[in-house]
Design a protein around this ligand. Sequence first.
Ligand SMILES: N[C@@H](CCC(=O)N[C@@H](CS)C(=O)NCC(=O)O)C(=O)O
Length: 243
Amino acid sequence: MITLYSFGPGFGLPDPSPFVTKAEVLLKMAELPYRTDTTGFKKAPKGKLPYIDDEGKIIADSTFIRWHLEKKYNIDFDRALDPEERAIAWAFEKMMEDHLYWAVVHARWMDDANFAKGPATFFRGVPAPIRPLVLAMIRRKLRRMLHGQGFGRHSPDEIIALGARSIDATAAFLGAKPFMMGSEPTGLDATAFSFVAGALCPLFDTPLRTAAERHENLKRYVGRMTARFYPDQAEIAGCKAAA
Ligand SMILES: N[C@@H](CCC(=O)N[C@@H](CS)C(=O)NCC(=O)O)C(=O)O
């Protein structure tokens, strides 16, 4: 059985990490049996989640997990797509993972109020006397990551403008289609669902969420993906499950 190393459900999302959620949705799409394990972060080969253990083979990074599943289990998540559509799907996926993601990280980690009710809660187990120090250290690490990636060099308004443009592009491309690439889910939907739900997450007060909430089709999309892949959940990110 495959083990998916995750953070565990949080913030009203299947996982606070959109990359972990993406990997989980891919496993669900593949209809492969899997279990989740929330104790693997310290052993993460690339220092990040997700990674999987598939009968002793460790694969880190959601994209490599996807490629592994496709190769080992002879699955093509994009089987319905032609080469041009595959190229568009790849471009949208990477826009969310390498662009929108950083706006979400900024909103969750750099805003004091969002940080306190969100990421800071991951560290509840740290002894109280040293917790402020640990929180300050981890936030400094995230600030450095944002600076290195580049988003951290922009003003908060500029970051929101960039993130909102990616959200608007996603909504415009989804349009009236049930799923990103048409009438049935493809690999891109594992990513789009995870990142759109992350942006819509009601826990966080951010103009990014307001930008996402302006798009009724995105909210319905999250509800549709929830009904399909998390049928036990009544709603995710404030979007009611509905086919
Ligand atoms: N490219 C990776 C990104 C994974 C990633 O950024 N994971 C974050 C959580 S959203 C993480 O584990 N961060 C921990 C850290 O940087 O210390 C993937 O596709 O899996």
